[in-house]
Ligand binder design. Sequence first.
Ligand code: COA
Length: 173
Amino acid sequence: MFQLETPQLVLRELTEEDAPLMLAVLNDADFLRNVGDRGVRTVDDARRYIVDGPMAMYRQYGFGMYRVELKDGTAIGLCGLVKRDGLDDVDIGFAFLPDFRGQGYALEAAEAVMQYAREQVALKRVVAITLPDNTPSVRLLEKIGLQPEGRITLPNDDDELLLMGWSATPTKN
Ligand SMILES: CC(C)(COP(=O)(O)OP(=O)(O)OC[C@H]1O[C@@H](n2cnc3c(N)ncnc32)[C@H](O)[C@@H]1OP(=O)(O)O)[C@@H](O)C(=O)NCCC(=O)NCCS
């Protein structure tokens, strides 16, 4: 089964057993503020969300959002690649539980996902969308090589988001 390993972390495909992790991440105050309300309120909701979202995406695209865990198996967050409506390019996303922020784990996971995107999926471009004032997210995206490209609004979302991107060959401006 697919897995990515870094010095401190293991990234694996989400399964229905990750419903408690998904429930915790999606209802974290910072996630609700920065990313949005997915309306997932129970373990059953979270199980359905995993089946219809990440697990469907693995089948359709071969990649998706992954569970991030410490080497002892403790689940600490999510990081991976997403193909979503309203964006032509694949985007990288991440969300960590509050206890595991500010320690470099998100950076380590995101670097591994970028390397996977470039070398295994052979993507020539990876983007990300974030609220412009989500400083931890913007800083992390800059560290993994994405640069601000402009503002964007997604379908069914009122927020104006910052689009950041990485391209294998520099885009002409
Ligand atoms: C966005 C998010 C994933 C960023 O995670 P994070 O914990 O801030 O990122 P890191 O783990 O890389 O830690 C960042 C800070 O820890 C510091 N740090 C501490 N110990 C470290 C170590 N051992 N190694 C590397 N960095 C370390 C870094 O220097 C960095 O600080 P800086 O930004 O001032 O340089 C996290 O804030 C989050 O989950 N937010 C809620 C969901 C969300 O907003 N997702 C993004 C939607 S676009």
